[in-house]
Design a protein around this ligand. Structure first.
Ligand code: ZN
Length: 451
């Protein structure tokens, strides 16, 4: 009987070759001949071993007729795998000759075999749509007789990659509130925080699957924290970790200062960005709209680092001489360029040269941000003078004016930031500082945000 079935399979293989191959007849014939001869060889080898097996069995049957143990399919486990799919696993069971894995999209019907094995105890089902539920059943075939046993039907889901949507700092009390999109089939979520010195992510919390937020308390004000999140299914299987997201923890009781860089971006901007990133600091960049596309990489990095983009008009225009429509045009073009490159809506503006009047404020329709510490960097073009000026004039709530189009200025950034942090400042954006110091209104002028 075994032999007949084998030949049947051989014929089926040959048949499928004939049916599917689109090659000249001669080639088909030779291929088939080859397949047949090879398979016959294999059969001969297997037949020999089978004959021995059969002899053994016969000898056994003659002497004592042992009872074949009841065949039972092992418990099947289905879990989402970060390798991309649903991982099915089971334990080896006694007396089993073959494990056959079936899958369906319905619980009771439509099962099709997707995997057969004699020795393996796991299988990764990669042909599944993320988020969709699948049903699996493991059937085993016995060693001795043609006996089969079906296991219980279980459900599995390949969890979608989690996605952090926001990290907010609203309380200003060293608490960061993380939010993410719900993942279908998530029993739990795991939250990971990066260790800045090793770069590794450590699990800090496991959250119930019904929730989509987590509050990380007691963070240090002025430090930037980076998180990832992932969904976990009922069997402990995981979805892929989300992309990382960072936020600065802000302590409303600690000193704050807002560094601002005007007229960029320029080829020198990355030096400031490196210093900000390495020192866990934020700054505000008042950008000139006609430079946005050319330096889009830098603008994107500014946003990625948690910095703020401000509007400094499209062509560094002096606004006092312009009509309302013209003011709105040079600001609007910049806002749209930044939105297009970064997806960010600009919230603040700074008039070039600090020149404004009531009609500028009205047309701007945004908070107008000036400064309280003028480094005069454009005039001194001196790294040491810039460092000295910030050191001497810094105060809690100050807004510092610099320009990231001058090499000596960007070369001062690292020292300026380190020095301020050493003096106990949190280096925040203009909007972050305003949020804890009375807020801002459209059309109003601000040059500092004192407690
Ligand atoms: Zn300017």
């Amino acid at each position: 009987m075994k032999r007949i079935r084998k030949i049947g399979i051989v014929l089926a293989i040959a048949g499928s070759l004939l049916a599917e191959a689109v090659i000249p007849t001669a080639a088909i014939e030779s291929d088939v001949a080859e397949t047949e001869s090879r398979t016959e060889d294999d059969n001969r080898l297997e037949d020999e071993s089978q004959t021995e097996d059969e002899n053994d069995t016969e000898a056994g049957e003659e002497t004592e007729l042992p009872e074949e143990p009841a065949l039972e399919a092992p418990q099947l486990k289905a879990e989402s795998s970060t390798r991309g799919g649903i991982k099915l696993s089971w334990k080896t069971a006694e007396n089993v000759r073959e494990y056959i894995l079936y899958r369906s999209t319905e619980k009771t019907d439509g099962f099709k075999s997707i995997y057969r094995t004699k020795t393996k105890t796991s299988y990764l089902d990669t042909k599944c749509t993320p988020g969709k539920k699948y049903y699996y059943r493991l059937t085993v075939r016995s060693e001795e007789k043609e006996q089969t046993a079906d296991g219980k039907v279980i459900a599995g889901r390949f969890l979608k990659q989690a996605e952090l949507t926001n990290i907010s700092n609203v309380s200003g009390s060293r608490k960061l509130v993380l939010s993410w999109k719900p993942v279908k089939g998530a029993e739990k979520y795991q939250v990971f925080r990066q260790n800045k010195s090793t770069g590794e992510y450590k699990k800090i919390a496991t959250v119930d699957g019904a929730k989509t937020s987590y509050t990380d308390s007691k963070r240090t004000g002025g430090k930037v924290y980076t998180y990832k999140v992932c969904a976990v299914d009922a069997n402990g299987g995981k979805g892929k970790q989300s992309a990382k997201m960072s936020q600065m923890a802000i302590d409303k009781n600690k000193k704050m200062i807002a560094l601002t860089y005007d007229d960029g971006p320029s080829i020198y901007t990355p030096t400031v960005l490196d210093a900000l990133e390495q020192n866990e600091a934020h700054a505000t960049f008042f950008v000139v709209g006609n430079r946005v596309n050319q330096y889009q990489t830098y603008i994107k990095r500014e946003v990625a680092l948690g910095c703020e983009i401000g509007n400094h008009t499209y062509g560094h225009n002096s606004l006092q001489r312009l009509s309302s429509a013209q003011i709105q045009d040079v600001l609007g073009k910049t806002t749209r360029a930044v939105k297009k490159q970064t997806g960010v809506d600009i919230q603040v503006m700074r008039p070039p040269g600090g020149g404004y009047n009531s009609s500028v404020c009205k047309a701007a329709d945004m908070p107008v941000i000036l400064w309280s510490v003028d480094t005069m960097d454009w005039k001194t073009r001196s790294t040491s003078a810039t460092i000295r000026c910030v050191k001497q004039q810094a105060f809690d709530g100050a807004i510092v004016l610099m320009h990231d189009i001058h090499k000596p200025t960007v070369q001062a950034a690292d020292t300026v930031i380190k020095q301020l942090k050493k003096d106990g400042y949190q280096l925040v954006t203009v909007s972050e500082m305003a949020a804890y110091r009375g807020g801002m209104k459209d059309g109003k002028v601000y040059n500092k945000f004192r407690k």
